[in-house]
Design a protein around this ligand. Structure first.
Ligand code: GRF
Length: 306
């Protein structure tokens, strides 16, 4: 890939993930998929064109970092100064987190919002399990808890339309699925295009899809003989675990691993990865490559993407 055009900025208001070739018209008006929806509060988007040179990291220290492909990015047109803009933080984002279980990922993100590394706040927690650990923790922290989807047993649970209305009322910018086991309905995906992220405990596209959840994932990884596993964070589409991959981490699968041991190793990485992704999302550092792959712009070096 010699030259690429990239779309920069939040796509929370976009209605389609498709990426247009921007080489021909750098300053043309923003395409329709950037039109803000009336009820949403994120309105910034930037259009920048870069020439990208890919090369394998030249240093040979074997570490997670050095195994990444380095991208050197050179500005090729007189375009708005993105690097300068990066320093200016936009408004704090409002996050909704969805959980079904213990909520350890939710907790690590929450702590990062309090610490300040995530420039946003968790304004509501959504769960299908009233008494799960995540919901309990939210109540303890005075974060409103919403029950979804609607069930006969839970009169307070919301329909998808009511959920969308409620999330709008909370002015939610992004939805983070942190161990939420129900399929996300189309209505919600349409209401929050490219703004819903899920964490999955395997290296997608392997060991994902319907039926791959919890220990089943880790048992399948071990049974397959795979030597590596790790979490994936991806944008959510209408199927289980098929949306565009945003970030991954790798852990070894050891010869003697039980599913529980592997799960614990993966979970440890999940906590860090989800916080890093939440930081990037709240800093408007998600970049959509021309071919539709989302990437994270490095905070330290705005010319690096992963
Ligand atoms: C994590 O392993 C996540 O990948 C999966 O569900 C688990 C949730 O754990 N989707 P927790 O509730 O955050 O502790």
């Amino acid at each position: 890939m010699d030259a690429q055009s990239l779309l920069f900025g939040s796509r929370s208001n976009s209605s389609s993930p498709s990426i247009q070739n921007l080489k021909a018209s750098f300053f043309s008006t923003l395409p329709n998929y950037f039109s803000p929806s009336p009820s949403s509060s994120i309105q910034s988007s930037r259009l920048v064109s870069f020439k990208i040179h890919h090369s394998v990291a030249s240093h040979l220290v074997i570490s997670k970092k050095s195994l990444q492909c380095q991208s050197r990015v050179e500005k090729v047109e007189n375009v708005p100064d993105f690097d300068k803009d990066l320093g200016k933080r936009s408004k704090r984002k409002k996050l909704a987190v969805f959980v079904s279980g213990g909520g350890s990922n939710f907790r690590s993100i929450y702590e990062a919002t309090v610490r300040g590394s995530v420039h946003g706040d968790i304004v509501v927690l959504v769960t299908n399990k009233q008494g799960c650990g995540g919901a309990e923790y939210a109540r303890y922290k005075d974060i409103p808890v919403i029950l979804f989807p609607k069930t006969k047993d839970e009169p307070e649970s919301l329909s998808v339309n009511d959920l969308v209305t409620t999330l709008r009322r909370f002015e939610v910018d992004f939805i983070l699925l942190a161990g939420y086991l129900k399929l996300i309905p189309d209505e919600l995906i349409r209401a929050y295009p490219n703004s819903i992220l899920n964490i999955h405990p395997s290296l997608l596209p392997a060991f994902g899809g319907k039926g791959y959840y919890g220990m089943k994932v880790h048992k399948a990884v071990i049974a397959s003989g795979a030597r590596y596993s790790g979490p994936t964070i991806h944008f959510v589409d209408e199927h289980y675990d098929t949306g565009r991959i945003l970030a991954q981490r790798v852990v070894p699968v050891l010869a003697s691993d039980t599913a529980e041991e592997l799960a614990a190793r993966v979970l440890c990485e999940e906590h860090q990865l989800f916080v890093e992704v939440a930081e990037a999302v709240c800093d408007d550092r998600i970049i959509w490559r021309e071919d539709g792959v989302p990437m994270i712009q490095s905070k330290e070096n705005p010319n690096d993407y992963s």
